[in-house]
Ligand binder design. Structure first.
Ligand code: CP
Length: 323
């Protein structure tokens, strides 16, 4: 539908994607197209435009096999603001309990006429499997510890808004790197745009092998704080761990928790992010989470704009290139 906004006439010529499975496979140009498109949606929403009906008569389905507050809700909001219908699939009450596979479930949903399936699953690679079997667009909303591309994109957008650039910034990811899909998406996306990445946390959760990808690793948060522009504080994902990676949560908070004392030793303009959900008093103290350096809720607002951009680019773009 034509809505009179020049930037949203059609996806840019450099856009050829049908699926969004991870940031590893995207080029810097493609990432920039998504960020720039999200900025247009953000501007329109700031101007009070709640409905931008570019995807009228389209249908999306949220296919979530893991819990979610932010991702699930913001995809639903994004679809609605674009004029699309959103079906919210509930795994717990579906025919999966009767032995139907994830692929068959998705194929049946597609047969009812959907343009995009947004999938979150505990098994890495599930979105990639669905993309092989479905004709519609598939969006990865988190596949186990592998990738969470829209979280990575909204993190990058929030950083770019604050600093006006990504190139040359030093971004540190703190905590449970081993089990974090956000860490992987952030690393792929930010490195492509020219940031320097540091992963920092207990040695049981931070592998030296990150160095093979050009990522600095370290185990001492206080050592890196003075040279970091952005901190992304990751939640400890106990639900994905087979053994406890450190003696106690209290010790973890003492060594890696971001608090007022540490903030005083950081760069004055440091930006504090967290993908959420946050555990107050563990990876971040309440005064830092709610303080002026924190952009945690801005990330959530940006998440709606990023997901609007992704839905519009994938659904309109794939129709345009006929793929
Ligand atoms: N950051 C994130 O993915 O949050 P949810 O699990 O609530 O979607």
């Amino acid at each position: 539908m034509e809505i009179g906004i020049p930037e949203l006439q059609s996806p840019p010529s450099g856009w050829r994607r049908k699926h969004l499975l991870g940031l590893e496979e995207l080029s810097a140009e493609e990432i920039t197209i998504i960020l720039d498109t999200a900025e247009v949606f953000r501007r329109l929403m700031n101007e009070g435009r709640r409905r931008i009906p570019l995807l009228e008569n389209k249908t999306c389905v949220n296919l979530f096999f893991e819990n979610s507050t932010r991702t699930r809700t913001s995809f639903a909001l994004a679809a609605r603001r674009l004029g699309a219908d959103m079906i919210d699939f509930s795994a717990a009450t579906s025919s999966l309990s009767k032995g139907e596979t994830v692929v068959d479930t998705a194929k049946n949903l597609q047969a009812m006429g959907v343009e995009a399936v947004i999938v979150r699953h505990q098994t890495p690679g599930t979105p990639h499997l669905l993309a092989q079997h479905l004709a519609c667009s598939v969006i990865n909303a988190g596949d186990g510890p592998h990738e969470h591309p829209t979280q990575g994109l909204l993190d990058i957008l929030t950083i770019r808004q604050r600093f006006g650039r990504i190139e040359g910034l030093t971004v540190a990811l703190i905590g449970d790197i081993a089990h974090s899909r956000t860490a992987r998406s952030d690393i792929w996306g930010l490195k492509k745009l020219g940031a320097h990445l540091i992963v920092c946390g207990p040695s049981t959760l931070v592998s030296p092998r990150w160095a093979e990808l050009g990522v600095e690793y370290c185990y001492d948060l206080d050592e890196i704080l003075p040279r970091v522009d952005v901190l992304n504080l990751l939640r400890i994902q106990f639900e994905r761990q087979l053994t406890r990676p450190f003696p106690s949560v209290r010790e973890y908070a003492h060594l890696y928790g971001m608090n007022r004392e540490r903030l005083a030793r950081a760069k004055p303009g440091i930006l504090v992010l967290a993908p959420g959900p946050i555990n107050r008093g563990v990876e971040v103290s309440p005064d830092v989470a709610d303080g002026p350096h924190s952009a945690i809720l801005t990330q959530v607002t940006n998440g709606v704009a990023i997901r609007m951009a992704v839905l519009w680019l994938l659904i309109s773009g794939s129709r345009q290139v006929g793929s």
